[in-house]
Design a protein around this ligand. Structure first.
Ligand code: AMP
Length: 175
């Protein structure tokens, strides 16, 4: 919905990893597959190189496309350090959208999605692991961005339209 209304390019770290996993000849396919099923965070070198390549290709195709909505990244301290290192002087993080939602609602939504997503991690066992990974590794990253005044929190337990209305308010102010 953001893409339809605003001039951002959406890049999902998870989508890029899933694409790389199924690319024939990928040397990382098996490794990515195992990490995703276990709900673990794929090594930063792989994720960053996929993100950087996607950003460069997008800007090369049209140099007006220099605004990105990066989804599911950074997920841990390693990701954050890698990003700061690789993107220093190249990209500017304007703000972080934090879609805040209780565990049970998240689990129910992913189980519902799992009926048609074909994702290997939309099952209760993987989801419990992903929540542990989130609490241990990702939550502290949000706290670091919070200290820099960059986090914009959205109550994501609301309906799709309500969540998008809140996102729009933020983008109108800051986008
Ligand atoms: P998502 O599509 O964002 O729900 O991510 C699904 C899975 O992809 C995660 O549980 C991780 O195994 C992997 N993944 C997604 N984003 C990252 C990231 N930034 N770094 C490493 N692994 C990731």
């Amino acid at each position: 919905m953001v893409m339809e209304n605003y001039s951002y390019t959406h890049l999902s770290a998870g989508d890029l990893l899933r694409e790389e996993r199924s690319r024939s000849g990928s040397e990382f396919g098996q490794l990515i597959d195992t990490y995703i099923k276990e709900g673990k965070i794929v090594p930063v070198e792989i994720t960053i190189s996929l993100l950087k390549k996607a950003m460069e290709e997008t800007m090369k195709a049209d140099d007006k496309n220099f605004r990105f909505l990066i989804d599911g990244f950074p997920r841990n301290q390693d990701n954050l350090q890698g990003w700061n290192h690789v993107m220093d002087g190249k990209a500017d993080v304007k703000f972080v959208l934090f879609f805040d939602c209780g565990n049970e609602v998240c689990i129910d939504r992913c189980l519902e999605r799992g009926k048609s997503s074909g994702r290997t991690d939309d099952n209760r066992e993987s989801l419990e692991k992903r929540i542990q990974t989130y609490l241990q590794s990702t939550r502290p990253i949000i706290e670091q961005y919070e200290k820099q005044g960059k986090v914009r929190t959205i109550d994501a337990s609301q309906s799709v339209d309500e969540v998008f209305a809140d996102v729009k308010n933020i983008l109108e102010k800051e986008g």
